[in-house]
Design a protein around this ligand. Structure first.
Ligand code: AMP
Length: 108
């Protein structure tokens, strides 16, 4: 999608530290890490948020792949902000994967 930051990362128009990639999925480092390891897992096809993505055929397959990847991380947190009031700033669905340290609670 034109003007989508994460679509530009997928197309390699903007650099990112890619950790895993296949035909459907990209996993890369968050530019502003909130944990020792902070990755973003995204489908390559553009969906604006979790609810939009939840209707996609690839929804279940995506989470199987993310789980296969995440189980190598040790304990982790998987978070998706959905909508502006939740803190979503990039409107290409993404799942934050936070790991490699003891995490505190979160909220406001
Ligand atoms: P959210 O606020 O849930 O929409 O998350 C968007 C995330 O994208 C934030 O954690 C940002 O730090 C991250 N981000 C923004 N721009 C980039 C970029 N160019 N490369 C990697 N991560 C980015």
């Amino acid at each position: 999608m034109d003007n989508c930051l994460f679509c530009k990362i997928i197309k390699k128009e903007i650099p990112a530290n890619v950790i895993f990639e296949n035909d459907q999925i990209l996993i890369f480092e968050d530019i502003n890490p909130q944990a020792k390891k902070h990755l973003l897992a995204i489908p390559k096809k553009h969906y604006k948020d979790y609810l939009d993505f939840s209707r996609a055929d690839e929804f279940e397959g995506f989470f199987s792949e993310v789980a296969d990847f995440a189980k190598e991380l040790g304990d982790f947190r998987l978070v998706s902000n959905c909508g502006e009031r939740s803190g979503q700033t990039v409107f290409h669905v993404h799942f934050h994967l936070l790991s490699d340290e003891k995490l505190g609670s979160f909220g406001r």
